[in-house]
Design a protein. Structure first.
Length: 248
């Protein structure tokens, strides 16, 4: 049993370090619900953490877990999960947030780590394949069927950028949209997927340090970049970078 645990931990580490070697990991993506937070990048962004769950505070989109690692007790936030009190989990990295406010819980966390993936310590025993449900950082999908956006002054439609990307290349544009999905903390950024009803067959991605609640409507300003290759398989013909929230 001891040999199995050592092998499993090594497998988890290799999985995260090889597949996600360029990634850091964030976020309760909630600019609708977060005020006055200070972001601090975890210097041990590739470290494998082993934690035991002490307390669970669920919300509609995210789950807050009070955990113990060694002698340290702290809070982490992940996308909705079926974690259980007393169970052991693994994760890699984490983005430290100070004075993090969750309005859903009406609670301010002095210190909170935003985590993309949790892997159960007995996952290997249950499925025999650690990659089965954890092949990428957690993606959070919105359930809205039809998107109807009220356009803000100065905003352009996503279709305008998609249909004429050269016109906007290198420019900072303002767009309104609903966050339909978010990839947490890939390469130290949040990858926000927006749709505005103008060309929803196209999956527009905006990289940002900002937090956006899945399903919320926001106005963002970002730079239009073409033919961007981040490495590690992240290559885009069109992407918006360094997104900043104008209105939420």
């Amino acid at each position: 049993m001891k040999y199995f645990r050592v092998t499993f931990v090594l497998t988890v580490f290799l999985f995260f370090s090889c597949k996600d070697q360029y990634k850091t990991i964030p976020s309760e993506v909630i600019n609708n619900n977060v005020e006055n937070t200070n972001q601090v990048v975890n210097p041990e962004s590739s470290k494998l953490h082993t934690v035991v769950v002490n307390e669970i505070l669920p919300t509609s989109n995210y789950t807050y877990l009070n955990v113990t690692e060694g002698e340290k007790v702290f809070w982490i936030a992940v996308s909705s999960t079926d974690a259980k009190i007393g169970d052991t989990y693994f994760y890699v990295g984490g983005l430290l947030k100070n004075n993090f406010e969750s309005k859903a819980l009406n609670k301010v966390f002095d210190e909170l780590y935003l985590v993309g993936n949790l892997v159960s310590s007995n996952h290997g025993e249950q499925s025999g394949d650690i990659t089965a449900n954890n092949s990428t950082p957690k993606e959070l999908a919105a359930k809205s069927e039809k998107i109807n956006i009220t356009r803000q002054k100065g905003s352009i439609k996503i279709s305008e950028i998609v249909n004429n990307p050269k016109k906007y290349e290198g420019q900072t544009v303002q767009i309104d949209g609903e966050c339909t999905k978010i990839n947490l903390g890939i390469m130290g950024k949040n990858w926000i997927h927006l749709k505005d009803g103008s060309q929803d067959a196209y999956d527009l991605v905006i990289t940002s340090d900002e937090m956006v609640d899945v399903g919320s409507v926001v106005t963002l300003r970002a730079e239009v970049v073409l033919d961007k290759d981040f490495g590690a398989g992240y290559k885009y013909d069109l992407i918006l970078e360094n997104g900043v929230i104008v209105k939420k």
